[in-house]
Design a protein. Structure first.
Length: 239
């Protein structure tokens, strides 16, 4: 694992840096393998990045879009990560509908939805159960509590090692989430973290020793590149 920590002066610079890095890795993937895959994160930080992606001139038919986690709501719900990315980016570019792979949130039982998405990922990447496909880029945010995707502190999702997708739990609310081992299979994982409220968790996550079940972002140790893109407000007194 190649770990890079970069501190940018403010959130706008963080977004511009993440845009450059994402474009570089996606264009490399397309050049090398003819296709590129990216998993999007939710929350508020990445929205301006998605808006900037909508302005790019990419071979959209060669790009496949996934989400690293999803709130268990319909796509038209204000909390939907899919809805946010479609509005900010995907509805504005000519990407084939078949290249967009949202996490399904219409089954009454989230565990069934997790199984459905697991099967879709296995189909798209032509892997068998127990095999972990390699996405080119996985974007992640980090909550003030140190969670990432929907891998929340002290939840069962943190222990799942033999699946790509599992059910997360935020204060009793169901989520769907990539598992830590699936995220760690990626070629390039990029955390986008902004704001002073992230400092306490970042301190624990960058510490030599700390409890990963309390700070789940510590579980993200990809076989490929790991980038932490921080704004100054988040990084102060941490790095
Ligand atoms: C989600 C995200 C979540 C998010 C963090 C940080 O569904 O909410 O995937 O993991 O990235 O909570 O959110 P902010 O970027 O809003 O700080």
């Amino acid at each position: 694992m190649i770990k890079n920590i970069e501190v940018l002066p403010d959130k706008a610079a963080l977004v511009q840096r993440s845009l450059a890095l994402v474009l570089e890795r996606l264009q490399d993937a397309i050049a090398e393998r003819g296709m590129a895959s990216i998993a999007l994160s939710g929350g508020s930080t990445p929205k301006p990045l998605y808006e900037a992606m909508a302005e790019q001139d990419l071979p959209w038919d060669k790009l496949h879009i996934f989400w690293g986690d999803e709130r268990y709501v319909p796509a038209d719900h204000p909390d939907s990560n899919e809805g946010m990315a479609r509005t900010a980016w995907l509805n504005k570019v000519p990407i084939p509908a078949a290249n967009i792979h949202p996490m399904p949130t219409y089954e009454s039982d989230p565990a069934i939805a997790a199984d459905q998405h697991e099967q879709e990922l296995q189909q798209v990447f032509q892997v068998q159960t127990g095999e972990f496909p390699t996405l080119d880029v996985i974007l992640l945010g980090m909550g003030d509590d140190g969670h990432t995707a929907s891998l929340f502190p002290h939840t069962e999702a943190l222990q799942v090692r033999d699946r790509l997708v599992t059910v997360g739990n935020k204060d009793g609310q169901p989520r769907l989430t990539f598992t830590a081992p699936f995220i760690n299979q990626a070629r390039c994982v990029i955390f986008l973290v902004a704001g002073a409220s992230k400092r306490p968790a970042l301190t624990q996550i960058f510490a030599p020793e700390a409890d990963s079940t309390s700070y789940p972002s510590r579980l993200i140790q990809p076989q490929g590149e790991l980038w932490w893109l921080l704004d100054q407000a988040a990084a102060e007194e941490v790095v």
